[in-house]
Design a protein around this ligand. Structure first.
Ligand SMILES: Nc1ncnc2c1ncn2[C@@H]1O[C@H](COP(=O)(O)OP(=O)(O)O)[C@@H](O)[C@H]1O
Ligand SMILES: [Mg+2]
Length: 322
């Protein structure tokens, strides 16, 4: 019986945060205008932001919606009778080379020729699959794992440019610090022509953490906590458990990063179930570890919040002064 709650708390999402909604709006704009452009070379998108801000979660949610829409409109099979796969997504892992990238594309399609061949052959087979299955969106997640040093920088960006130009898809690149890798910069025009050309047709989309400097920001933080506390399944929870009672505390511990917040809430819920407390409180959460980056920023922020130089709560939610 406990197992179900355990699984539930490990999968609390995705919440429709403003960050997710904004990213989806931008992606729909770009993807739909690309579809209208027919056979013209498609623009690419780069979702570029720090880890833990919800890039993977938000993009996956978008890919799911896009997949369902395409299948509903066009059917599960292509005109030629192949399975329609509107979306191809590949997540890269440590130090991937170009050949590994092409191979993972083939793996996505379960292509029998994924074990033998050259980089170019793998690439060609992947292109065949993309065309046969009428893939519209090609998402490469954690692109910063691509081996991308001084020496092969041009080669990598040429490869991405080849994909962007030859594959009839909208290329969605996701990663950390992609701008720093020269993907968008116009660069030195003689040395970096390849990079510059990728840059011109790539739209960069970021993701921001929650902030509490403005009233609008505090309202967003509160809305998100309200949505989150509805999903938490604990016998003794009460409305406002997160959004009223723990707002400042949770902001200090996560510094507005949704990844850190979700880790903390998830671990807190496991502990609340295990200990029988069945609710989240400051005391309980104090015993829960979070990732290192948030712990470092925490003390400074907590000091400011305690001195009331800063608050995470919107005006209309603050108790009137006595
Ligand atoms: N909109 C959301 N709703 C619920 N949880 C989210 C949301 N966005 C991110 N998360 C959680 O935050 C964590 C980090 O998100 P992730 O998408 O992996 O970030 P990134 O890809 O930017 O590193 C994940 O555990 C995920 O479940
Ligand atoms: Mg990610």
């Amino acid at each position: 019986m406990r197992r179900r709650e355990w699984e539930w708390h490990a999968n609390l999402g995705p919440i429709k945060t403003p960050q997710l909604a904004e990213l989806h709006d931008d992606l729909w704009d770009i993807v739909d205008s690309n579809v209208q452009d027919g056979d013209k070379a498609k623009g690419a998108v780069a979702v570029d932001a720090f880890p833990g801000l919800g890039k993977t979660t938000s993009v996956l949610a978008f890919l799911g919606e896009f997949h369902r829409r395409e299948i509903a409109e066009r059917g599960a099979f292509t005109g030629a009778g192949n399975e329609r796969l509107p979306v191809c997504r590949v997540g890269l892992t440590g130090n991937t080379g170009m050949k590994d990238l092409n191979r993972s594309l083939l793996e996505f399609f379960g292509h029998p020729g994924r074990n033998r061949g050259t980089t170019a052959q793998f690439g060609q087979r992947a292109l065949d699959c993309v065309v046969s299955c009428e893939v519209r969106l090609l998402a490469l997640d954690d692109l910063h794992f691509l081996k991308w040093n001084q020496k092969n920088g041009i080669e990598v960006s040429n490869h991405l440019k080849w994909i962007a130009n030859e594959f009839p898809v909208t290329l969605v690149m996701i990663g950390v610090g992609l701008a720093g890798k020269g993907l968008f910069s116009e660069g030195d025009s003689r040395r970096d022509t390849a990079l510059a050309q990728t840059g011109r047709r790539t739209t960069r989309l970021g993701m921001r953490p929650f902030t509490i400097e403005s009233e609008a920001g505090r309202r967003e933080w509160r809305q998100m906590l309200l949505a989150l506390e509805q999903r938490v399944v604990l016998a003794d929870k009460h409305p406002g458990m997160l959004a009223d009672d723990l707002s400042d505390y949770l902001f200090a511990r996560s510094t507005g990063h949704i990844g850190s917040l979700m880790t903390l809430i998830n671990r807190g819920c496991q502990r609340a179930v295990r200990s029988g407390a069945e609710r989240l409180s400051r005391d309980l959460l104090d015993g829960v570890k979070n990732d290192e980056a948030s712990e470092v920023a925490r003390s400074e922020l907590e000091a400011a919040l305690e001195k009331r130089q800063l608050t995470s709560r919107p005006q209309y939610q603050r108790r009137p002064a006595a």
